[in-house]
Design a protein around this ligand. Structure first.
Ligand SMILES: Cc1cc2nc3c(=O)[nH]c(=O)nc-3n(C[C@H](O)[C@H](O)[C@H](O)COP(=O)(O)OP(=O)(O)OC[C@H]3O[C@@H](n4cnc5c(N)ncnc54)[C@H](O)[C@@H]3O)c2cc1C
Length: 340
């Protein structure tokens, strides 16, 4: 039965671990729950709504004066298969890494590079999560959604999701209109491995050569050595996006900083590693005066809650970092994390 909690605490619902509250919080298990919510509140699209999966990409700077919906529909099913692939359906509330582990155990390829990304299946198409040369969009067949306007259900094809770099239609035209109920992934029985990215191939070699299991383990080893565990130190992964600039801007900067880390980003465009710029500003390990929030000591792209930080203290650190980067490089870096 649908349960609605008033004045709910959200500390457990955001990986920064900051204090915040929601006017109402309810869990979601099936489209029926949305229909009941509509009966209770009226059309949800008129309301202030926030869907929270694991809260691993959110920063609360205010209490949320609206309705938080938290999917808990946690299941993984094979819905079809051929000699080449399996279509696997997972509920939005399923923990992302448990889906990756499930797939690797069954020798189904396509998700292994995305091992250990915190959060839920439901957010994977919204964010088009990516790591080590792969993105969720490479494996997503379709996305089942439920309308917040009338509780009706629909299926979006991969093309209709209009995936981009950490981006999808769910962050634009369909923002606040649909809840992702479940996702269908097309997982390969004879997968092509992607091992070229960064230090991945070296780590895989140490584990005895490429297989789904060694790729997963290599990704886990690298991530554990570089990224703070949100259960220990509150964070939301990469806080900033890597800025994409015109080639001419990148070339001008390269003249001053030949070691600048860049990646091709389409015709005439270059992506600059924001972490490299923050590091060059000398901000790795920076903390605010109260020592409650700062920049991670090993990964400059990650902002951390060092203990008891408020959302506003973390955003002040973010502004300090943005200003320093703008002053040194003339480029404004924007948050990847969603600030509420
Ligand atoms: C230590 C760490 C490392 C990370 N590494 C990576 C990485 O390598 N690559 C990467 O891409 N990300 C990374 N992230 C970011 C984060 O894990 C992803 O963005 C993930 O998809 C967030 O999932 P979530 O369930 O916590 O989403 P939330 O933070 O709860 O929500 C994110 C957005 O999706 C929306 N949303 C969530 N669920 C649904 C749903 N069912 N229907 C509709 N909208 C929904 C929310 O409203 C919000 O807009 C990292 C985060 C941390 C803390």
């Amino acid at each position: 039965m649908l349960q609605i909690t008033e004045n709910a605490q959200l500390k457990e619902f955001n990986s920064f671990g900051v204090e915040a509250s929601a006017r109402w919080l309810c869990t979601y298990n099936s489209p029926d729950d949305i229909r009941q919510l509509i009966e209770h509140f009226g059309h949800l699209t008129d309301k202030h709504i926030l869907i929270i999966g694991g809260g691993c990409n959110l920063l609360f700077v205010n209490n949320f004066d609206g309705l938080v919906i938290h999917p808990t529909n946690d299941y993984i099913n094979i819905v079809d298969e051929t000699d080449d692939y399996c279509l696997v359906k997972a509920g939005a509330g399923t923990e992302w890494d448990s889906l990756v582990a499930w797939a690797v155990e069954r020798n189904l390829g396509g998700l292994e590079n995305l091992s250990l990304i915190p959060g839920t299946v439901g957010a994977s198409p919204v964010q088009n999560i990516g790591a080590y040369g792969r993105e969720a969009k490479d494996a997503i067949e379709s996305v089942n959604v439920v309308s917040l306007a009338d509780g009706s259900t629909a299926t979006l094809s991969n093309a209709e999701c209009r995936f981009g770099y950490r981006d999808s239609v769910f962050k634009h035209e369909l923002k606040d209109k649909y809840l992702v109920d479940s996702v269908i992934y097309k997982l390969q029985k004879n997968p092509q491995f992607v091992t070229h990215y960064g230090s991945l191939s070296g780590e895989i070699e140490k584990l005895g050569g490429a297989s789904l299991r060694t790729i997963r383990q290599a990704v886990i080893n690298i991530r554990n050595s570089k990224l703070p565990d949100p259960k220990v130190t509150g964070n939301a992964g990469s806080f900033f996006k890597n800025p994409v600039v015109e080639q001419s801007v990148a070339e001008r900067l390269k003249a001053d900083y030949p070691e600048m880390v860049t990646y091709p980003a389409g015709p005439g465009l270059v992506k600059i590693a924001a972490g490299w710029m923050i590091d060059r500003c000398g901000l790795k390990g920076y903390t605010n005066a109260a020592k409650t929030a700062g920049v991670h000591t090993q990964q400059a792209l990650v902002l951390v809650n060092l203990g008891g930080a408020t959302g506003n203290e973390i955003i002040e650190v973010a502004h300090h970092v943005q200003n320093a980067v703008a002053e040194k490089f003339g480029i404004r870096i924007e948050p990847e994390a969603i600030v509420i």
